[in-house]
Design a protein around this ligand. Sequence first.
Ligand code: DAH
Length: 356
Amino acid sequence: MDELRTKYIEAIAAAADEATLEELRVQAVGKKGEVSLKMRELGKMTPEERQVAGPALNALKNEINSALAAKKVALSDAALDARLATEWLDVTLPSRNHRVGTIHPISQVTEEVTAIFADMGFAVAEGPQIETDWYNFDALNIPGHHPARAEMDTFYTHRAEGDERRPHVLRTHTSPVQIRTMEKDGAPIRIICPGRVYRADYDQTHTPMFHQVEGLALGKDISMANLKWVLEEFFSAFFGTDVKTRFRASHFPFTEPSAEVDIQCSWEGGTVKVGEGDDWLEVLGSGMVHPNVLKAGGIDPDEYQGFAFGMGIDRLAMLKYGIPDLRAFFDSDLRWLRHYGFASLDQPTLHSGLNR
Ligand code: DAH
């Protein structure tokens, strides 16, 4: 019995895996195991012998069984430790660097413009980029023979052969949204319409697609004075410094009187600075909405009047953020976008420093 004990206790201690352990269990205490066979011999013994050998064999069997159980636990603990060691993960390591997209300067400036005008009570209106020539021209007091049509380098859509209807156009300005809003909402009106416009033109300061923002305010007693205040308020908030404006008499078919508006600037070392110096930079067209335009929009010009303006968003972005070439805006060059783009969490609001 001592031999059996030594043999199995040592073998169990040395077992490297559960399969070996199971073999040892069968060999020792299985149905035909060595200890079990010994127990069968008890029957042949005298009662006295049996009284000594019986408990001793039982004790041996128990000892082997508990050695097996203990070893089994030890083996599975070791297996778990080994697995934990290989699957170990340092959650304190810094995360991998993901490239984050940026907000395009045009989107950023559109948001800024919208925030400033919203603060002055202007809502945002929108219209389609493919327009009928009525909304783009006629309703704006630009009849078919008017030179402004030719000057605008309009893109026309295609009509099937034999279809005599006038082709649609890619809107050449945001002004058609004035008419659509008058038709939809009636007066009074206080809106801006930012959006894409199209003209067949391409050089350092022109791209075939660019952005404008239109403004329209209609009421019973809205005047040029209101226009001047709104624009000065806008430019000062946008450029973050007091900006003087200069109104020059001009002509647009859709306004009477009309004015081109310049903002105060300086040219020092080849760069423009807005809001200082005594040079002027032309930034927009404006005027009092022409009675014909009000009529086209279904509004009685004897009852309502107001101002309108239109300016280039891309131009504003170039001025404010020192971007030299307009064409780069639309090249989708990732290096350019990373350089001039804005963080997505850095959206403009009046309380985040956009205001003066
Ligand atoms: N639509 C004109 C353009 O694209 C800009 C403009 C001028 C808009 C005067 C206006 C305005 O609303 O009153 O050149």
